[in-house]
Design a protein around this ligand. Sequence first.
Ligand SMILES: [Zn+2]
Length: 246
Amino acid sequence: MSVIAALRNLQRVDSQVRALSTRLDGAVDALAAREREVTAANAKLAEAESIHRQLLASAKNLEAESGSFKTRIEALRVELNATSKKAQYDAILAEMGTLQEKRDELDSQALEFMTKADAQQARINDATTHRDERVRRRDAAKAEHDQRKADIADRLAELRREREEAAVQVPAKELALFNAVADEHQGEAMSEVIELSARHREYTCGVCNVELPPRSYAALMGNNDTITCCPSCRRILFLDLAAKAE
Ligand SMILES: [Zn+2]
């Protein structure tokens, strides 16, 4: 087999491998995107829960403080009932009033935090619904990915073996060139030379349509195995004649 024929054979199998891999890549990308959405939704939910915990903790601290004021007021009430002196009675009563005012203030602050915590709970519920929906979408993408992988796994393995066999037929230097150009052009590494006018010696690259210098054509005509690349797109050129000669 000529080098060009071996390269064309490799091209044929390589593009089949790429087409099939692309189908799987699409499912892999879709799954990864859904996975990122779940992660983001979880982070949002965790943040909402953290704010909720902080609000509850603030309310609880204020309630505890209010409780200690209550204890002090009750102790003063015992003193108040025990005293018989008017001045002392008035002083204790005044202190109780001051403490009660402070206590009312703490209770109203605690209530404010509890109200905020209730509103925050509604946000947590929304974030949970959103997260669950994202998880459902992710699971659907996962099922689709797994199904597609199972569908094409055997065929892909078979094609990869074929590609290896085809690659063995190509000399190392030309194989390296093919791989580089194929990666650059999503697998389309070869281009047929198109004859526009034999009389005027006008030939173009069949893929990018750039006119080829006559020496490129002459080189290919002179030797089927000459490796000539398109000066514009770098694809490996071939003549259909070479295939026919094969
Ligand atoms: Zn070209």
